[in-house]
Design a protein around this ligand. Structure first.
Ligand SMILES: [Zn+2]
Length: 410
């Protein structure tokens, strides 16, 4: 039987026997070359085989689609909208959870609509993202890795996304004492990227000894550490302390990239934030000009990271001005392409690399035994990433989620 990929959810939902899916094009997410004419067989929540098309007909015909693993946004803020409306931007920073709940559910819907199956939330001042995960996580198909409230040094940048250790308390002591059920520890170890002075570096918020102790305290709890860091010094300290990932990493320099390649530290460049600033601000104003220069410099660093073999992941920082949930990943994808990444390498940076970072290994690629978590987008691989705005279907753990998706609540 041939099923219209836009209407098979009800039929497919309860099929337990092996189901053969014909894929016009196929990208495995592990960096392998795109292939044409593949038959994917799934049973229950797993992929059981991937073969060249040998004996049609299949159960589901996706011959005019490209199939790739479900995507991961390695850095966003669920409780903050990226819309440029000034009233919303100031309201959401101080709003109660109940006032933002519906908006967060809307973000989940926008993410799923763009084929995003897992996200890492970079934290917020009140821990709304973590609470949303606790309340909605079990009933929505999106996997959320929440940071709760990130850590910053009192009197430095970071209040927007977290809290600081108490007076007289070390960062490591604060992490050890904290009882929030977070999925990773977020630490802010530099200032924001300057939009008034190109390339201006800020001093680290924590020194190497403090950062090492903090990473140890997190490791004791079985948690990885993600560090907001821009500039040479802050990035160097964070990488040497053993963090799992550097967030942003503007102006970190070649030596830090080499260090990260050696240690396997993941880089989430969030280049789209600077493009969004450049596009959202008054054209030609000094901040817009600097944002564009920051973007160009970041693209050069990304090209170098690619040459050096740094593990790099797509993260949108959705919630930042102009960085939107879901569609922001298309923007970030384009910037990876502008930095010279091939389509296969970008898919890997949006699947296998962040999946390992988030502890979702079996969702990060399509291979026999992996989770049957994938999307189908219209056209061939060269229609990516634009085709992500009109995905044909989304499977998570063998269940057809889209279309249609209805949130359980909200
Ligand atoms: Zn962020």
């Amino acid at each position: 039987m041939i099923i219209d990929p836009l209407s098979f959810e009800k039929d497919f939902h309860h099929i337990s026997r092996p189901c053969r899916i014909f894929c016009g094009h196929f990208i495995d997410g592990l960096g392998g070359p795109a292939a044409a004419g593949i038959t994917l067989t799934i049973a229950g929540s797993r992929i059981i085989s991937i073969e060249p098309d040998i004996s049609p007909p299949s159960d589901i015909d996706l011959s005019s689609f490209t199939i790739l693993p479900g995507l991961i946004d390695a850095h966003l803020h669920l409780s903050i909208s990226g819309l440029p409306d000034p009233e919303l931007r100031s309201h959401q920073l101080h709003a109660a959870y109940s006032a933002l709940e519906k908006m967060m559910a809307g973000h989940v819907k926008d993410l799923l609509k763009h084929g995003i199956v897992a996200v890492r939330d970079g934290g917020d001042h009140y821990g709304h993202g973590l609470r949303f995960k606790a309340e909605y996580g079990p009933s929505i198909p999106l996997k959320i890795r929440a940071s709760g409230k990130g850590w910053y040094s009192k009197a430095r940048y970071g209040r927007l996304i977290g809290k600081h250790p108490e007076a007289g308390e070390s960062l490591a002591g604060a992490i050890a004492r904290d009882r929030e059920p977070v999925d990773q520890v977020k630490i802010v170890n530099s200032g924001l990227n300057s939009l008034s002075i190109f390339g201006k570096e800020t001093p680290p918020q924590f020194d190497l000894a403090e950062m090492k102790a903090a990473v140890n305290a997190a490791t004791e709890k079985g948690l990885k550490v993600m560090v907001h860091a821009n500039g040479r010094g802050p990035v160097q300290i964070s990488v040497e302390a053993g963090c799992a990932s550097i967030e942003h990493g503007f102006f970190m320099g070649r030596e830090n990239l080499e260090r990260m390649a050696d240690r396997g530290t993941v880089w989430v460049p969030t280049a789209g934030t600077m493009k969004a600033y450049a596009d959202s601000l008054e054209p030609g104003c000094p901040e817009a000009v600097i944002a564009r220069q920051n973007l160009d410099h970041q693209l050069e660093q990304m090209a170098l990271a690619r040459e050096l073999g740094v593990k790099t992941a797509l993260g949108t920082d959705a919630g930042s001005l102009g960085a939107l949930h879901g569609s922001g990943l298309i923007e970030e994808w384009r910037l990876f392409a502008a930095a010279g990444y091939s389509t296969e390498a970008i898919v890997r940076a949006a699947t296998a690399i962040p999946a390992a970072l988030l502890g979702l290994e079996d969702m990060g690629g399509l291979y026999p035994g992996s989770s049957a978590t994938f999307i189908a987008v219209p056209g061939g691989p060269d229609s990516l990433p634009d085709s992500l705005s009109r995905i044909g279907c989304l499977f998570i753990d063998g269940r057809a989620i889209l279309p249609p998706y209805r949130p359980a609540r909200g």
